[in-house]
Design a protein around this ligand. Structure first.
Ligand SMILES: Nc1ncnc2c1ncn2[C@@H]1O[C@H](COP(=O)(O)OP(=O)(O)OP(=O)(O)O)[C@@H](O)[C@H]1O
Ligand SMILES: [Mg+2]
Length: 272
């Protein structure tokens, strides 16, 4: 069964950036196959991964209400559409959930969707989900059995308070989250002791700190996919250390895919 990692947190804290760097980490370690899930209706994980988005699961759900061809069952149609929404990239696949449902009843479509997404997840070793900002979206988490929930926050008291609310909500909603840890992102230097104290007071576990990284800003400015950040990027290094600590710094597994021709995420020619 896939090990599911979900990135959550308030708006603009760096969820999509960190999700991308987690995927980069897994790819680099040969911990594949990976499914990247963009659960944000304003999808942009694909941009950071350098992948063109074709269709979304939301579109499949809409089409099931109106466009099932005569002679095709809804089951077969949905299975086909979920496959169609899956973009295969070098070393990982990407699935964008798209918009939540509009007005009307989607019960049957959603039942079928859950079934096929459940089957799909079985094909992967890791599933990394980038979620929409805000608390209300937690209840719509695409991935139900989350092994690792990473709450991304900025280094502020308000940020930590939101992280604690997210933790409380996952408990209230009885989501199955095996481990919840906080990543303090865009730290201007050493993480302040006030932040550490507040995390402790709220009973939150710190996964680690990701520094403010000029390269991330530069890539964002130039529109270069974050997955192509060089190994010396402080953010890349910090996320690698965090993931090593969490997953165990196993010896690099078979990373032969990374040397293969399908390796389209790593573009050595990117000017820094
Ligand atoms: N460690 C970092 N150093 C510098 N800039 C960063 C860092 N992490 C993220 N950023 C920048 O912060 C901005 C927000 O990042 P990102 O889009 O990943 O956040 P988000 O939480 O996914 O936002 P949203 O809630 O809108 O989905 C981006 O411009 C990104 O480049
Ligand atoms: Mg985002």
């Amino acid at each position: 069964m896939a090990f599911q990692i979900a990135l959550v947190g308030k708006g603009g804290t760096g969820k999509t950036t960190i999700a991308t760097l987690v995927i980069r980490y897994l790819l680099e370690r040969g911990r594949t196959p990976i499914l990247a899930v963009d659960a944000d209706a304003n999808s942009n994980l694909n941009d950071m991964l350098g992948v063109e988005l074709r269709r979304t699961v939301g579109e499949a759900r809409e089409e099931m209400k109106t466009s099932v061809p005569v002679g095709m069952t809804k089951e077969v149609f949905m299975e086909y559409k979920v496959q169609e929404a899956l973009t295969e990239c070098g070393g990982f696949d990407l699935l964008a959930m798209g918009r939540p449902e509009g007005p009307g009843c989607y019960c049957y479509a959603n039942t079928l969707l859950s079934k096929y997404l459940g089957l799909l997840l079985k094909n992967y070793r890791y599933v990394v989900t980038d979620n929409e900002a805000g608390l209300e979206h937690i209840s719509r988490l695409t991935t139900r059995d989350v092994e690792l929930m990473l709450v991304v926050t900025d280094p502020t008291q308000r940020g930590i308070t939101t992280a604690a609310r997210i933790r409380d909500l996952t408990k209230e909603l009885k989501l199955s989250v095996a481990s919840l840890k906080v990543i303090v992102n865009r730290c201007p230097g050493e993480v302040d002791s006030l932040i550490i104290e507040q995390l402790e007071r709220k009973g939150l576990e710190l996964a680690g700190v990701v520094p403010m990284d000029e390269l991330v800003l530069r890539f964002d400015l130039e529109g270069v996919p974050m997955i192509q950040l060089p190994p010396e990027s402080p953010a890349v290094r910090a996320v690698s250390r965090i993931m090593d600590r969490i997953l165990g710094a196993e010896a690099t597994e078979d990373a032969s895919w990374a040397r293969g021709s399908e390796n389209n995420w790593k573009n050595e020619s990117v000017a820094l």
